[in-house]
Design a protein around this ligand. Structure first.
Ligand code: FES
Length: 156
């Protein structure tokens, strides 16, 4: 079975689970039908040092998990912040408010990793669509720490 890249990322983390203290996934989608990892959540929650939480913007009658934007999940999780990093990917507005929420929680700017490929087009450093201030997201990233890009224009 060909897994989605982000699922491959988790399967890779699972390979290293004995070296990782804890992995927490906070995932939001518009509706339960839009959740692209449905079968994967119960599996992740069955692994000792993994936690997976979901929320939806619009719940259905049979939905018994969180309702609201993805950042609501950050109020429900316990994180050992001095020994943690946060990784955010998704729509820019979610990344923006997710970053602000993590900063409010006490995460240092250097420990917040942002996947910034929203404007990538050629992926080769030729078209310039991905320019974020001084950086080519496709060549210099696409993952940056918040402290590394917070002063660049229009990061969200
Ligand atoms: S995506 Fe074209 S230059 Fe980066």
């Amino acid at each position: 079975m060909d897994l989605l890249p982000s699922v491959r990322c988790f399967t890779r983390l699972i390979e290293y689970k004995d070296k990782i203290k804890k992995v927490i996934l906070a995932y939001g989608s518009k509706s339960p039908q839009d959740c692209i990892y449905k079968p994967f959540f119960s599996y992740l929650n069955s692994i000792d040092n993994f936690e997976a939480h979901r929320t939806v913007d619009e719940a259905t009658d049979d939905w018994d998990e969180s309702v609201g934007v993805a950042t609501v999940l950050l109020d429900k999780i316990k994180v050992d912040i001095p020994n943690a990093v946060a990784v955010i990917c998704g729509p820019p507005v979610m990344m923006k408010y997710g970053t602000f929420k993590l900063l409010d929680m006490g995460f240092p700017e250097k420990d917040i990793y942002l996947s910034m490929e929203k404007n990538m087009s050629c992926g080769l450093g030729k078209c310039g669509h991905c320019m974020m201030g001084e950086y080519f997201v496709c060549k210099d990233g696409p993952v940056f720490t918040y402290d590394g890009i917070k002063d660049q224009p229009d990061i969200w």
